[in-house]
Design a protein around this ligand. Structure first.
Ligand code: SF4
Length: 437
């Protein structure tokens, strides 16, 4: 039996798709390898969101070729789809495929093994592409499951390669979603995170809204929590928020992609909202979900970002009071409009990234300090730490309680926890009761 090992670079969607590939290979009779050195086949699932994502994938393939010379090495995912010619030149890869027709990868590997030939198979994206379903069975025992409901993006932010790697908007049909979530519930999942390339556009071509997908998940027996992955702000309308607010299973954690808090920078990025529109959306959400947490991505060092623009971005982040900020330094992606704009020096980018990260850390601490004294329902997860039971509150704050106070396993159960303090990157608490009293 051939053994297969996976390496993933990039976002939650890539990680989720790697899980689907793992299941496809298992169904096709491959066994999992614990490490690359033991594998007959190594699949490198690439990412192209940043320039470093591309180079990490190529570096990994080249290193694996030297370290595991006999293995069949597969380079797949966004990088080959967005830059097929560059991917083909990575001659250390025996098989190169893109983001389409993933389910046939095991059969391509078997062909490469039998015929000892190199295979390049990157079908181009097409206007009429539909959402690609890959049947899978979970191979782990996690509490939380990611479900990809959407693919593609047509927004063409000036820094981003994703529209070239993923194609047009397309969405998982509601019936398929219903089936997948029921299957996950039957495998013990209690929490669903809806994910995709741009989930705010869920159902864009089918006349559906993101709230339709959330409602399907919330109505599935056994599912107690439903979260959204990263969302673009411009598609969240008051009616959608009303529908979400009516669902007790919906978790009020909003990862609203900001990128910059400066109107001029947003315009150069071709983002489709102003800081004021963003702030107004946050207010609308807070009026329906008073305990909502807001997290975001902020890019620093975008072409021509002045010190004043950066200062505006910092001030805006402080005004919103994010509970977490993922800070990215801009890196030019060949073929995008921003790569042709006037760039700013790396040293300036590093320095701004450090300042934004420091702000994010302070805001996160302040947010968590504000939770002290509250009692919140916590869904406990895998028992990884010898000292703590760990789980998440509805707003996705990580909560830890000492095992000294409660030795039995709490895994996959919800308990109310009173928050007593703040630790590194988490809140510390004690179990109040199973019902919050
Ligand atoms: S919304 Fe912009 S940043 Fe997000 S995937 Fe689409 S083009 Fe890229």
């Amino acid at each position: 039996m051939y053994k297969v090992f996976f390496i993933t670079f990039g976002c939650k969607v890539s990680q989720y798709e790697t899980e689907l590939l793992r299941s496809c290979f298992s169904e096709a009779g491959f066994a999992p390898a614990d490490k690359s050195a033991d594998a007959d086949v190594i699949v490198v699932n690439s990412c192209t969101v940043t320039g470093s994502g591309d180079s990490k994938s190529v570096y990994a393939v080249r290193k694996l070729r030297k370290d595991v010379p006999e293995a069949v090495i597969v380079l797949t995912g966004c990088m080959p789809q967005a830059a097929p010619e560059a991917a083909e030149k990575v001659t250390e890869a025996d098989i190169v495929t893109g983001t389409k027709e993933r389910a046939k990868l095991p059969s391509l590997v078997l062909a490469a093994l039998a015929e000892k030939r190199r295979i390049i198979d990157i079908p181009p994206l097409a206007r009429d592409d539909t959402f690609e379903e890959i049947a899978y069975v979970p191979t782990d025992s996690h509490t939380r499951a990611f479900v990809k409901i959407q693919d593609g993006c047509e927004c063409y932010c000036t820094y981003c390669m994703i529209p070239y790697a993923r194609g047009r908007f397309r969405s998982k049909p509601l019936d398929d979603l219903r089936r997948e979530v029921a299957m996950l519930a039957a495998h013990g999942r209690r929490e669903i995170v809806l994910t995709g390339i741009n989930i705010a556009f869920y159902g864009h071509r089918e006349g559906l809204r993101l709230a339709d997908a959330v409602e399907v998940c919330c109505c599935t027996e056994g599912i107690e929590r439903v979260r959204l992955g990263s969302i673009e702000p411009e598609m969240m309308l008051p009616d959608d928020l009303d529908r979400l607010a009516a669902l007790p299973q919906f978790c009020p954690q909003f990862h609203l992609s900001l990128q910059s808090g400066c109107a001029a920078t947003l315009k150069r990025m071709n983002r489709r909202y102003t800081p004021e529109e963003y702030a107004s959306l946050v207010e609308q959400i807070r009026s329906r979900f008073p305990e909502a947490a807001f997290t975001t991505d902020i890019m620093v060092g975008f072409p021509r970002e002045t010190e004043e623009e950066f200062a505006e971005s910092m001030a805006f982040a402080e005004r919103i009071g994010f509970s977490r900020i993922h800070v990215f330094q801009y890196s030019p992606r060949q073929g995008t409009p921003a790569a042709k704009m006037e760039q700013i020096p790396d040293a300036v980018k590093h320095e701004r990234a450090d300042r934004m990260k420091a702000l994010g850390e302070r805001l996160a601490r302040e947010y968590m300090q504000g939770l002290v004294g509250r009692t919140v329902p916590v869904l406990f997860e895998r028992e990884k730490s010898p000292d703590f039971h760990c789980g998440h509150a509805p707003d996705y704050t990580l909560i830890k309680i000492s095992r000294k106070n409660s030795k039995k396993s709490l895994r996959n159960q919800i308990f109310y926890v009173t928050i007593e303090g703040v630790g590194d990157d988490c809140c510390l608490g004690r179990i109040a009761s199973e019902d919050g009293n």
